[in-house]
Design a protein. Structure first.
Length: 64
């Protein structure tokens, strides 16, 4: 899937079922896609939908 649409935290939470704080923890540790700053020097950030979908697919592929 090659969707370069940016999605905000609410949509990431809905897609993954994970909490906001845990998503930030995973992202900061390199275990979840990195955020994209929307405005340089600002606080707003988003994720690439394609990267989040790839992460979800990898979780499904790794289940036993």
């Amino acid at each position: 899937m090659s969707d370069n649409r940016l999605i905000r935290i609410r949509e990431v939470i809905n897609l993954t079922g994970l909490s906001k704080s845990y998503l930030y923890q995973l992202s900061n540790s390199g275990n979840f896609p990195k955020r994209v700053k929307l405005v340089e020097g600002g606080t707003a950030s988003a994720w690439l939908l394609s990267e989040v979908n790839d992460w979800i697919s990898s979780r499904v592929a790794n289940r036993k």
